[in-house]
Design a protein around this ligand. Structure first.
Ligand SMILES: Nc1ncnc2c1ncn2[C@@H]1O[C@H](COP(=O)(O)OP(=O)(O)OP(=O)(O)O)[C@@H](O)[C@H]1O
Length: 259
């Protein structure tokens, strides 16, 4: 199993290039922090790795990766449903009975010290509890790759350390864990750091000029490969939606599933 980025570059239509010449390989057992200033493209890169966003240039290879778990930066849920419901629901979608799903869900919630909140409505959870609930929901289906956006932003130091430790343990069990973060606590707990500031185009303020031209030339030479490789996981995206998804959709959806 391998998650590989090959000469990735991205810009949205009409915007500057966010990053370019990005190459890396991530193997099971590794935790990787994506760092860099606000707006540098960390969340976008997670979406590209998941297959939800097609990179402007380059490609992503997902060798032997069947299931991708995703945790959004902002927790989404159905206000009137319980915390436990949010973790059980994707397991039901995978064909488990409720009787089987409940212990699995409680175990995942236990990883993040959330069993006590199982019967609380989503609307009653604190920001940090909701964030940890999203983590529990994403890990309960045992994804091959876990992509997490700012997992510790709303957490105190002790809880943040605990979450980082759990993510490290999950990697130790063979998962690939990629964390987009500003938080030095989460960054330092990872095995590797990819700083997107190192991949900003030279003269970024002029990205529509020289830097844009060089990247555009690369796309021209590699367009077919880019499209083929990057959409390989697009079914993950359709399963999980976007950050702007409806609350009902999000009950099922922090986990993108590919098979
Ligand atoms: N669909 C889109 N269309 C156009 N621009 C977009 C789109 N999505 C994101 N952007 C822009 O791309 C840039 C990178 O966004 P992204 O969310 O990836 O940054 P980030 O590094 O995760 O930021 P933060 O640390 O603040 O969460 C931002 O300037 C954002 O406004």
């Amino acid at each position: 199993m391998l998650l590989k980025a090959i000469d990735l570059a991205h810009r949205f239509p009409g915007t500057d290039i966010l990053f370019e010449h990005l190459d890396f390989e991530i193997s099971p057992g590794q935790t990787v922090a994506l760092c860099g200033p606000s707006g540098c493209g960390k969340s976008t890169l997670l979406s590209i790795l998941a297959g939800w966003v097609k990179p402007w240039a380059g490609q992503v290879e997902r060798d032997d990766i069947h299931r991708i778990g995703w945790v959004f930066q902002n927790p989404y849920g159905v206000p009137e449903r319980t915390a436990l419901d949010h973790v059980v629901f994707p397991l039901l979608c995978h064909g488990m009975s409720r009787r089987e799903a409940i212990p699995e869900a409680l175990q995942a919630m236990g990883l993040f010290d959330l069993e006590y909140a199982a019967d609380r409505r989503f609307s009653e959870l604190s920001g940090g509890e909701a964030q940890r609930l999203m983590l529990a929901r994403a890990v309960c289906s045992h994804p091959d790759v876990l992509l997490v956006d700012e997992p510790t932003a709303q957490l105190d130091t002790r809880t943040a350390a605990s979450v980082s430790e759990v993510l490290g343990n999950l990697a130790g069990q063979g998962m690939i864990v990629v964390v987009a973060t500003h938080d030095p606590r989460a960054r330092d707990a990872c095995d590797r750091i990819i700083d997107l500031a190192d991949y900003a185009p030279v003269g970024a303020e002029n990205a529509d000029g020289d830097a844009g031209e060089s990247a555009a030339a690369r796309v021209d030479g590699d367009a077919a490969g880019s499209a083929d490789g990057s959409v390989a996981g697009s079914d993950a995206g359709s399963a999980a939606g976007s950050e702007g998804e409806s609350a009902a959709g999000s009950l099922a959806g922090s986990e993108g599933v590919r098979s």
